[in-house]
Design a protein around this ligand. Structure first.
Ligand code: PAF
Length: 286
């Protein structure tokens, strides 16, 4: 596997792979790999002949006071893990390589990104959509793989690719969890031992809630969502940022019959965890 820092090197490597008849897979990441990232790389590898992994902690998607500076980074370890999962090229640019100093063009998705994390983190999805569009422009992948833990991100990128006629196929990959159910995330390293011990209750309550919603028939959801918020806060000692029943376009719904996913964000100490459960996994579209 080759590690490169410039767009030019990526284009040369991808052109050489294409001339060998290989299709191109892209796994965009911010690094500090865990098993979730490696599952995306393996999935890309199973769907394409040449897998590019990008590793870029994108300043444009962090708000003021968020964790851009302290976001965990370890390029050497990541490079070794990417090799082990079968990546062909690791693209790890500096911010100055990604953004011209006078860059003034952004991609803004206005519907799917409005609620949930979009409401809590103004500008976040503008940063995500812009950098992903740039990566699509640099790599020109046939397939791009994103994890379903960032469900709204996946939906925003699917909408962007559809609306802007991008040729790439967007693939959502299953959430990878620790044995106790906590969704894997690079940010889990921020948790103290005590927070880490309580964190799995987040997922436990969410999966119980999905079952409750399935059995609730067509009725209103407000009471069971409120009860779940209280249960999570009591069991984890954290503070719910949002816990929302949504349809396939990430719009909040109030009736069980319209609910496709339950998505939630939880502050546990200084760490913001997100997770989601599919209420009707057989109908998943993102
Ligand atoms: O999910 C992430 O790690 C990031 O949001 C992404 C898609 C790599 C864009 O910076």
């Amino acid at each position: 596997m080759l590690t490169v820092e410039t767009k030019k090197q990526v284009r040369e490597a991808v052109t050489a792979a294409r001339s060998r008849g290989l299709s191109i897979g892209l796994v965009p990441t911010m690094g500090y790999f865990h098993e979730g990232h490696l599952s995306l790389i393996r999935l890309s590898r199973s769907m394409s002949g040449y897998t590019v992994v990008s590793l870029f902690v994108n300043p444009a998607q962090f708000g003021p006071g968020e964790d851009f500076e302290r976001y965990p980074r370890d390029l050497q370890r990541d490079a070794a893990l990417a090799v082990s999962a079968g990546a062909d090229l690791l693209f790890a640019p500096e911010p100055s390589e990604m953004y011209a100093p006078d860059a003034s063009t952004y991609v803004i998705e206005e519907a799917v990104s409005a609620g949930l994390c979009g409401a809590s983190r103004p500008g976040h999805f503008r940063g995500v959509a812009t950098v992903v569009a740039k990566l699509f422009g640099i790599v020109e992948p046939d397939v791009a793989v994103f994890g379903r833990k960032d469900l709204q991100q996946l939906a925003v990128i699917q909408r962007m690719a559809r609306d802007l006629d991008m040729r790439v196929r967007i693939v959502g990959a299953p959430i990878v969890r620790e044995p106790d159910g906590l969704a894997m995330s690079s940010r889990n390293v921020y948790l103290t031992a005590e927070e880490r011990a309580r964190a799995p209750h987040f997922q436990r309550v969410l999966s119980g809630l999905a079952e409750q919603v399935r059995q609730a028939g067509p009725g209103r959801l407000a009471d069971i969502l409120d009860a779940a918020r209280r249960r999570i806060e009591t069991a984890t000692g954290g503070r719910i940022d949002y816990l929302t029943a949504v349809d396939r376009d990430m719009a909040a719904v109030s009736q069980a019959g319209e609910c496709m996913y339950i998505a939630a964000a939880l502050f546990l100490g200084r760490t913001r965890l997100i997770d989601n459960v599919a209420v009707r996994p057989e109908e998943e579209n993102v």
